[in-house]
Design a protein. Structure first.
Length: 402
């Protein structure tokens, strides 16, 4: 899972299970998350703040009145920054504080200010866990929307056997990921995405191409992976980051290369999304040596392979999404392309509009399928990626028809 761009606030309270949280912080960090750790004073008796600072690469805050704190109101800024807050281990004392609204240290004050999902991973003696006081507090918190990772059964630090052991770091991490990425509607599906531009050589030095960065295709691939899909990324010339290890990446150069890669892998896919901008033409003849600049060459072109049309003929029950980058008559041309390519959805955009077009982080698109058209406002390419995946799943709750 790639957690880049996500911030996880890990609150650590005082219990012997603190040592297990080191593994959780390390794993979240390795997956790209920004991990911020706040500890109670009692928690520092078990594991030092320095350990968590080393694992998270962030300063750990314990004292509300730390003289080295930043100029801003830190507990508020951290609460705003977090995408999810997990308390692990969560003691009976800390659960009671949250239930009764007590905010008397840095961690309790920060959690009180959080607007993100709050996840508690309790760890305590079995009798404490089953006590009427703790159970009442648990019910209060649950009614307020606080979430829990159930503790596990086994040998406890006190020597008793029973419920109360901190859930495994892997289980806690799984719940965190579920909260960060609530949609997992592509689990069990394979999504093939093409990204970037292709290049067609003129001679050993020069080529023709376009200004595609691959950002849109990579955004779709990332969104699909976040939603549980196995992703095949057929990647042309790109400037976008394609290092995500979740992708089965196939690098290509020419349109023919991309055609061969897509056709060879199409049978594995449930969804094929043609977000790349392959060259539509190539020189009929490639010069064997560099064309000298003392003259103006006359180059005869021929059509390249039509990848989308080829997929449209063999797709069967698979879903095919194509893109239409236009400079005029955008929706008319895109609707014609939808029919011509036998596609299920076309993403149309006028590349002359500010914020749309090549090598931008945003896009302005219209989604067109058999149900009609949906015009979307300026948004990030990642947001658009999710809109495309939503539309394919039939989720139109946030996309009213015009």
């Amino acid at each position: 899972m790639n957690l880049k761009g996500k911030c996880v606030l890990v609150g650590v309270t005082g219990g012997i299970a603190v040592y297990k949280v080191c593994e959780l912080v390390s794993s979240l960090k390795k997956q790209g998350a920004e991990v911020c750790v706040a500890m109670t004073e009692n928690a520092t008796k078990f594991v030092s703040p320095l350990t968590f600072e080393t694992l998270s690469a962030n300063r750990v805050v314990v004292d509300m009145f730390d003289p080295n704190r930043k100029w801003e109101v830190e507990h508020i800024s951290l609460a705003k920054k977090a995408d999810v807050c997990v308390i692990a281990p969560c003691t009976a004392d800390f659960a009671a504080k949250l239930a009764t609204g007590i905010a008397d240290d840095f961690l309790s004050t920060t959690v009180m200010a959080c607007g993100c999902p709050i996840l508690l991973a309790p760890a305590m003696n079995t009798n404490m866990l089953n006590s009427a006081a703790y159970r009442d507090n648990e019910k209060i918190l649950a009614r307020r929307g606080v979430l829990f990772v159930e503790s596990e059964s086994g040998m406890l630090a006190c020597g008793d056997k029973g419920n109360g052991r901190l859930a495994s770091p892997a289980k806690i991490e799984e719940r965190i990921i579920e909260l960060l990425f609530p949609k997992r509607d592509y689990v069990g599906k394979t999504v093939l995405v093409t990204a970037g531009g292709t290049i067609e050589p003129i001679d050993p030095v020069r080529y023709i191409g376009n200004r595609s960065s691959g950002k849109m295709g990579v955004a779709i691939a990332s969104a699909a992976a976040d939603r549980g899909a196995d992703v095949i990324l057929v990647c042309g010339k790109v400037s976008a980051d394609v290092s995500d290890k979740r992708f089965k990446r196939i690098d290509v150069v020419t349109t023919k290369d991309m055609y061969d890669a897509v056709i060879a892998n199409a049978t594995e896919a449930d969804v094929i999304i043609k977000a790349a901008a392959p060259c539509d033409f190539r020189p009929k003849k490639i010069a064997d040596s560099k064309i000298k600049s003392d003259g103006v060459p006359v180059i005869e072109f021929e059509k390249t392979e039509d990848i989308a049309a080829a997929v449209g003929k063999i797709k069967g029950d698979r879903k095919l999404v194509v893109f239409a980058a236009e400079t005029e008559n955008t929706e008319k041309n895109a609707t014609e392309k939808l029919k011509k390519k036998n596609a299920d959805l076309v993403v149309a955009n006028d590349v002359t509009k500010p914020g749309a077009g090549f090598d931008t982080d945003t896009n302005i698109a219209t989604l067109i399928d058999g149900k009609g058209s949906v015009r979307l406002p300026l948004m990030s390419k990642r947001e658009l990626a999710d809109k495309i995946l939503d539309r394919l799943c039939g989720d139109e709750t946030c996309m009213p028809k015009l």
